[in-house]
Design a protein around this ligand. Structure first.
Ligand SMILES: [Zn+2]
Length: 468
């Protein structure tokens, strides 16, 4: 599903886009300003794709520390390791900003069909769920296919465990059942909730992820089950059998724990106070090893800037790698950055986040004004050799989101086919084996080249040459 071979179209769009920017200042045609970058970009692309350094570093991260849930020792150990490695890599400054993060602990958990006959069902409690009583929770199962279906059958809900058996229609559309299902069912008296995993068809893999309890509604335990088991239970129920299930979860919340955002800078040679951020989140769920979500994005962002250092490409502006903490169950890292750097957000030229998998990108999604869009479109035209020339209608990421919204900072994310990412995301199967080393190298190449040119170009992104 990669969009390649549309370089001509992109160039045309770039020309059309120019002149739409605010202020109507005359601007250099795209070719003139990007021409100066053909040589350095070619060096970046060839260095990034010369080996599998990024994948190897991701393997080291995930093999050494495993998953990195907020509040875990593994996350803090991985943070300390990254700081040490970044210093060895020769970044100008590496530091950590302390952030207090929620500490949710899964504990032991299980689910079984106990009537009319016994069947153990693979499951993962949803992140931030409460646990069940120590002896577990046994109840009849009510299966619904949507929130509307739940409402229609609301009279049958009391005292039951509700299963939302909702087919996956893309993450954005389906994730509401995981996020809001527990409170929706609890308002009609449900005692527990099961959610058909939010992901494309996998291999009987449950997907965890955060739920959020609505204030004023009883909190009930909730867990995800594989697609295959949801379908089997639905077939059994349709055949008229009364299904009884037993859910046991030790999940609990401990006091907030100490964590940190990691920041590494390559200082700008002319305008060091203007900043381009390349970001990701370093925490993960507590299953698998968080390789695709989002260890890969972190190593890619880090490698993208390390390469500039290695190639002696020091841009005019400062480039900052930010490994955010606590995206999965709190977003405290992203919120801390917004608050801590509030007075310098207006000097953030661009924020890029990679958190949809490190597949080979077809380009970037971008949100910003028309002048900026024309400029990044022109820059992307240099990425033909890796097929990353497309600029999509919007870009961004959860962690950069608070800063981007607060200061209207242009935002970007690599445009990737995320099918593979959503198959393993939040599962035991999110391991480095699912990441293709060559694709990841192209991901790094695109990030590195885009970051370099935006940080180095004569005009600030979104502004025209005559305005500064
Ligand atoms: Zn993520």
């Amino acid at each position: 599903m990669r969009r390649v071979g549309c370089g001509l179209l992109v160039a045309m769009l770039g020309l059309v886009g120019f002149g739409w920017g605010v202020g109507a200042q005359p601007v250099a045609p795209p070719a003139a300003f990007v021409d100066a970058y053909r040589e350095p970009v070619a060096r970046i692309l060839s260095a990034a794709t010369a080996d599998h350094a990024a994948w190897r570093r991701l393997a080291t991260l995930t093999d050494t520390f495993g998953h990195r849930l907020s509040g875990s020792q593994a996350l803090e150990d991985a943070i300390a390791w990254s700081v040490d490695q970044m210093r060895r890599d020769g970044f100008d400054t590496v530091w950590t900003d302390p952030v207090k993060v929620p500490k949710w602990v899964r504990g032991r958990e299980s689910l079984a069909l106990v009537g009319p006959r016994r069947l153990d069902i693979p499951m993962l409690g949803l992140g931030m769920s409460i646990g069940t009583p120590a002896e577990g929770l046994e109840a009849d199962l009510l299966i619904v296919s949507s929130f509307a279906d739940l409402e229609r059958r609301s009279a049958e809900v009391r005292g039951r465990i509700v299963l939302f058996n909702v087919a996956y229609r893309g993450y954005g559309q389906t994730v509401t059942y995981r996020t809001n299902g527990a409170s929706q069912a609890a308002q009609y008296g449900a005692v527990g909730v099961l959610v058909r995993s939010v992901g494309p068809e996998g291999l009987r893999t449950p997907h965890t992820g955060m739920l959020s309890y609505r204030p004023g509604v009883a909190r009930i335990p909730a867990a995800a089950i594989p697609v295959e088991d949801a379908e089997r239970l639905a077939r059994l129920a349709e055949s008229g059998q009364t299904l009884r299930v037993r859910l046991s979860m030790e999940a609990r919340h401990d006091a907030d724990a100490d964590s940190a955002n990691v920041i590494a800078e390559l200082r700008g040679r002319e305008r060091p106070d203007e900043i381009v951020v390349v970001a990701c989140h370093f925490d993960s769920w507590d299953v698998g090893t968080g390789a695709s979500d989002d260890g890969g994005g972190c190593i890619a962002a880090w490698e993208a800037v390390r390469l500039l250092r290695q190639l002696d490409l020091r841009p005019r502006r400062t480039v900052r790698v930010v490994l955010y903490t606590n995206e999965e169950n709190g977003l405290r890292g992203g919120l801390d950055y917004r608050t801590r750097y509030a007075t310098t957000l207006d000097r953030h030229v661009l924020m890029i986040e990679s958190d949809l998998g490190v597949a080979a990108p077809s380009g970037f999604g971008f949100s910003g004004n028309d002048a900026a869009r024309a400029q990044v479109t022109a820059i992307a035209s240099l990425l033909g050799p890796i097929g990353a020339t497309h600029i999509g209608p919007s870009g961004g990421g959860a962690d950069i989101g608070p800063s981007v919204a607060a200061a209207r900072i242009p935002a970007m994310s690599p445009e990737v086919d995320s099918t593979k990412y959503f198959v393993v995301h939040h599962t035991h199967a999110d391991t480095v084996d699912r990441v293709d080393p060559g694709d990841m190298a192209r991901h790094v190449a695109a990030l590195s080249a885009m970051t370099y040119v935006v940080a180095d170009m004569p005009m600030r992104l979104g502004e025209t040459i005559g305005t500064r």
